[in-house]
Design a protein around this ligand. Sequence first.
Ligand code: SF4
Ligand code: SF4
Length: 174
Amino acid sequence: MTGRECGECGQCCKLIGVRELEKAPHVWCRYYKRGKGCGVYEDRPRGCADFACDWLLDTRLDQAWRPDRSGFVLHAGDGGRTINVELDPTQPSAWRRAPFEVILRGWANAGAAEGLEVLIWVGRRCWRLTPGGGEIDLGVVRPAVGFASHSRLRRPGSGRDWPPRETVGRVEPT
Ligand code: SF4
Ligand code: SF4
């Protein structure tokens, strides 16, 4: 583990669905207490205990990337083939703020040859960043099942350096 802690973040408790609780994505979990965190931490569902966002796992991402500051949760999808940028629908353009957009597009460029993708999510709608600086609107691609959890997974140990080291951006001071 990285030694990082969630602190007061809690963004995944809003943005990510929890099947065991039938908690829909993009609504606050009924157990989340602002400023205190999970109210049932010792007994939280396995889906919660197993989850760690990429900011928590990757100390190359500095404090600006902490999800309650950035406005999005980064998490793995499709067995590590995709990086999902899960936006808070109240801040759908947060990923375009500096330094995020340039770095995310750098990851998309670097991963394209291996079929790795950076996906921008606003609710059920998705855009795929394309090499060269564009994006493709994939439309509404998530099912309208209220509590469906999506990719609430740790990034698997795929051996890939993804996002690539040289395009992560500033390394947090130790
Ligand atoms: S989004 Fe990441 S840092 Fe925030 S509470 Fe969830 S796992 Fe922790
Ligand atoms: S049970 Fe706890 S960890 Fe899980 S979503 Fe709710 S507040 Fe977050």
